[in-house]
Design a protein around this ligand. Structure first.
Ligand code: NAD
Length: 446
């Protein structure tokens, strides 16, 4: 599973050889470490709208070194570009060119974040053009940055102002090492819903979370990160993984529940367990998933049906019961694991991509139905993540898959877990029906 190339290319003499030969030069990413600064240096705030001051105030409250200008050659850790009142493409050049003029001063692991509005909300062609232009510029910039730096955007619904709770939650996630493998993405904050956590170090304090497929890989890491953020954990997996499951649950003082998510009584058992042990359920993470890859020409019913049953039909059934149950919190969050295969397609994975694209369809429709309530449902779509699942990929294919992203490496399970924790937090309740890709801006497909 280890990325040997990444280690070699960061040590002498191969670092110079790789540079001379124009080979990919991935660097170790800046990941979250408790107690470390949120950003590796001053935060440059660019923008002239009234909303700019609200963003600067959020950053100042966190004791960050906020600047409107930089001195020549002064290094900085992040730039936040506020474009919430764009009406004309001509308004773009000021902020983007100013950013470009200092970009060489951005520290490794730095961040660029735009705050703008979704194209869909604009009626005038000029406004829609200006809003959508941010999309192209930001995604291109993400491909230009090196040294583990990333560029992502926050999109504010037309009724949402820059001081909304979701803006703070998204800014904190994107500025920090928690978003290490999120690159070239936009997070839409559709409403002003959400409350800031009383303790920033424990945003999930007092909430109870179920994580399915928790015995290993990404699920086990989600368990650890949600627990770190203060949640009580119910770890779910099949009886065959019982020993590993118990170890993961014990590691965080949680409970292990042996349930096959495809069983007709799965939702009932999960809800009863949560209600009996913890009073109610606040966070449901649908992580259990399987692959049974075959070209469609060689596909058999067992492979097709089992993948659809575990990855999609179980989520549909459990959600239906959850949302109808009084034991699921009125401010509950559901986070579903999709995949970039479900967005871009993948050879040999018609069944898997169908299941993961189905999850995205389900998330969007359920979010619409939840509109107006304090509940939310979102998906996380991982790209290439270093796990047992991807260790099975043949060497050459695996090596190509690793390098074909803007960050030139695979992600780690913790990168997916951090995105899940962000979407499960009360601060991000205004994020609903979204698909957050954790793929290092994978260059293949969408
Ligand atoms: P994994 O195979 O390492 O772990 C999956 C876990 O799910 C296992 O513990 C397994 O026992 C459990 N599980 C399987 N069927 C179950 C069932 N019917 N009921 C309960 N538990 C069940 O997989 P992973 O790589 O950690 O992937 C986790 C999730 O992330 C999956 O949904 C996967 O599709 C998705 N994903 C992974 C990657 C990647 O690169 N690894 C990429 C995109 C999406």
């Amino acid at each position: 599973m280890a990325d040997t190339y990444l280690k070699l290319v960061n040590a002498q003499p191969l670092d110079r050889v790789a540079k001379a030969a124009g080979l990919p030069r991935p660097v170790p990413l800046r990941r979250y470490v408790s107690g470390e600064p949120l950003v590796p240096g001053p935060v440059l705030v660019l923008g002239s709208s009234p909303g700019t001051q609200a963003v600067a105030s959020i950053l100042l409250e966190w004791n960050l070194d906020v600047r409107r200008h930089l001195r020549p050659k002064e290094k900085f850790g992040a730039a936040v570009v506020i474009l919430d009142e764009l009406r004309d493409p001509a308004q773009l050049s000021g902020a983007f060119l100013e950013l470009g003029s200092v970009l060489r001063q951005l520290r490794p692991g730095g961040r660029v974040i735009t705050i703008s509005r979704p194209t869909a909300g604009a009626t005038a062609p000029q406004t829609a053009a200006a809003r959508h232009a941010v999309d192209g510029a930001l995604r291109s910039l993400a491909k230009e940055l090196r040294g583990g730096a990333t560029a992502n955007g926050i999109l504010l619904g037309d009724d949402v102002q820059t001081d909304a709770s979701g803006v703070g939650a998204a800014l904190e996630f994107l500025l920090s090492g928690k978003s290490a493998y999120v690159d070239g993405q936009f997070i839409t904050i559709g409403t002003s819903a959400g409350t800031q956590a009383r303790r920033r170090s424990a945003p999930l304090a007092g909430r109870t979370a179920v994580v399915t497929g928790a015995a290993r890989g990404i699920g086990a890491e989600i368990v650890r990160v949600l627990h770190r953020d203060g949640a009580h954990i119910i770890a779910v997996d099949v009886p065959a993984a019982g020993e590993q499951l118990a170890a993961v649950a014990n590691g965080v003082g949680g409970t292990a529940l042996q349930v096959d998510v495809t069983a007709p009584d799965a939702a009932g058992r999960i809800l009863r367990h949560a209600a009996t042990r913890y009073g109610s359920l606040d966070i449901m993470v649908h992580n259990a998933g399987i692959t049974r890859d075959r070209l469609l020409a060689n596909m058999d019913p067992a492979r097709w049906n089992s993948v659809l049953a575990v990855n999609l039909e179980s989520q549909l059934r459990i959600n239906e019961e959850l949302l109808a149950s009084g034991d699921f919190s009125s401010a509950g969050s559901i986070v579903c694991l999709a995949s970039t295969s479900g967005i871009a397609g993948n050879r040999g994975q018609t069944n898997y991509a169908a299941s993961k694209a189905g999850v995205i369809g389900m998330v969007r429709a359920t979010a619409d139905a939840l509109g107006g309530s304090a509940r939310s449902i979102n998906a996380v779509a991982p790209g290439f993540i270093e796990t047992d699942m991807t260790a099975k990929i043949p060497f050459a294919t695996r090596e190509v898959a690793r390098r074909l992203s803007s960050l030139q490496q695979g992600g780690l399970p913790v990168d997916v877990a951090e995105a899940v924790a962000f979407l499960a937090s009360a601060g991000s309740a205004g994020v609903n029906g979204q698909v957050l890709r954790v793929c290092g801006q994978n260059l293949v497909g969408a």
